[in-house]
Ligand binder design. Structure first.
Ligand code: SF4
Length: 374
């Protein structure tokens, strides 16, 4: 591991004060900022408009390294590719490149692992891991952006990869401030499992990304079962904080809803979800489960017919909805799935989630996968 500090880990103010003792005249600092924050270079050699001696002095004291790419999946039918990065401590994280016509989205990880432990998520099996540093967050983005030569004004960023971004708020916000130099806040989306203090902290910022909240069940018992974080941050408290969240004109909150066959995908579930979010400026993003061998056997992707029924019921209840019909199964696109294929999962997590869901057995409105009732 390098002893030198990574300049990408410094907040912009600290970067300027660190550099002012080494670099002169002052316009050179602006040039370095441009190379880092706009072009996202990862060597001082690439800063070709700096004198050689300046580059050498910088390289002696600092680094601007990014995590190493260790695997890139072949493109899925929609062109998406998943990147597996190795961090300097050996941890592995994932990011996804998603070309979408004139725009390109990059999905970033914020933590190596995740303490939230959603039972439908492979990342949760790895446990808490650690927070990613700003250089590790920025490195995912710049590596992918440079490789595909996409102009910043065509980029969207989504924090929907491994980890809960609001449990790494300082480093995520520091990274956002760098992204904002070239990408408007409305082009960046942060997805949370519903960390109430984190949402409140986000609400207090001058500039905010879009907010997406993973709801995944229309009622507290089921949400608590598949998202244990609900015990700490209950659904009613979460909805209350979302109703207070300041939204810029034209923006909505995205309600993410992973569809699990026979568990949360009935028309009745859609109606209850619609009631839950009534009055909120929100749209639902329904996400049919990306099946994975590491998930409990009962967790299945609903049939296309079931997905259509759920969506139709939401629309009939006045809810704006999109469906993420992921082509990602070919690239293990849900967070943690590529790392799960590269690193054996901890044994205890396989035991922890092996049982049938308790709530599914108790509630008459929950059908077993394949038993569709109208
Ligand atoms: S879905 Fe998100 S919050 Fe939940 S365990 Fe996975 S990474 Fe963590």
């Amino acid at each position: 591991m390098s002893e030198r500090l990574n300049l990408y880990d410094f907040a912009p103010d600290r970067l300027r004060s660190e550099l002012s003792g080494i670099v002169s005249p002052p316009f050179r600092i602006k040039q370095i900022e441009e190379w880092m924050y706009v072009r996202g270079v990862d060597t001082f050699e690439a800063m070709t408009n700096l004198p050689k001696e300046t580059r050498a002095a910088l390289a002696q004291r600092f680094t601007i390294e990014f995590p190493e790419v260790v695997e890139i999946t072949p493109p899925a039918p929609d062109g998406s590719r998943k990147y597996l990065f190795k961090l300097s401590d050996g941890n592995r994280i994932e990011s996804v490149y998603m070309p979408m016509g004139e725009r390109t989205s990059v999905c970033l990880s914020s933590q190596a692992g995740c303490a939230v432990g959603c039972t439908f998520c492979v990342t949760g099996f790895f446990g808490a891991g650690r927070n990613l540093t700003p250089s590790e967050i920025l490195g995912q983005f710049f590596t992918i952006q440079r490789e595909h030569a996409v102009a910043p004004e065509q980029m969207n960023i989504v924090f929907m990869g491994m980890g809960e971004p609001l449990l790494n708020l300082d480093n995520v916000v520091q990274s956002l401030e760098v992204f904002y130099r070239t990408i408007a806040p409305k082009r960046i989306t942060l997805s949370t499992s519903g960390i109430i203090p984190g949402i409140e902290a986000l609400a207090a910022l001058d500039r905010r990304p879009n907010l997406a909240v993973s709801i995944n069940a229309p009622d507290r018992p089921r949400r608590e079962e598949i998202m244990p974080i609900t015990a700490k941050y209950p659904l009613d408290g979460l909805m209350a904080v979302l109703r207070r969240f300041p939204l810029e004109k034209g923006r909505d909150i995205t309600i993410e809803y992973v569809l699990l066959a026979g568990y949360n995908d009935s028309r009745e579930d859609a109606a209850v979800l619609a009631r839950l979010i009534r009055g909120l400026d929100a749209k639902v993003n329904a996400i049919p489960l990306n099946e994975d061998e590491n998930l409990p056997a009962w967790m299945k992707r609903p049939s296309e017919e079931a997905i259509d029924d759920f969506v139709e019921a939401l629309v009939r209840n006045g809810v704006q909805v999109t469906v993420r019909r992921s082509k990602g199964r070919a690239i293990a696109a849900a967070c943690g799935q590529l790392r799960g294929k590269n690193q054996p999962l901890p044994r205890k997590s396989l035991v922890r989630y092996a049982a049938e869901p308790a709530v599914k057995r108790e509630s008459p409105s929950h059908r077993r996968a394949g038993e569709r009732r109208r």
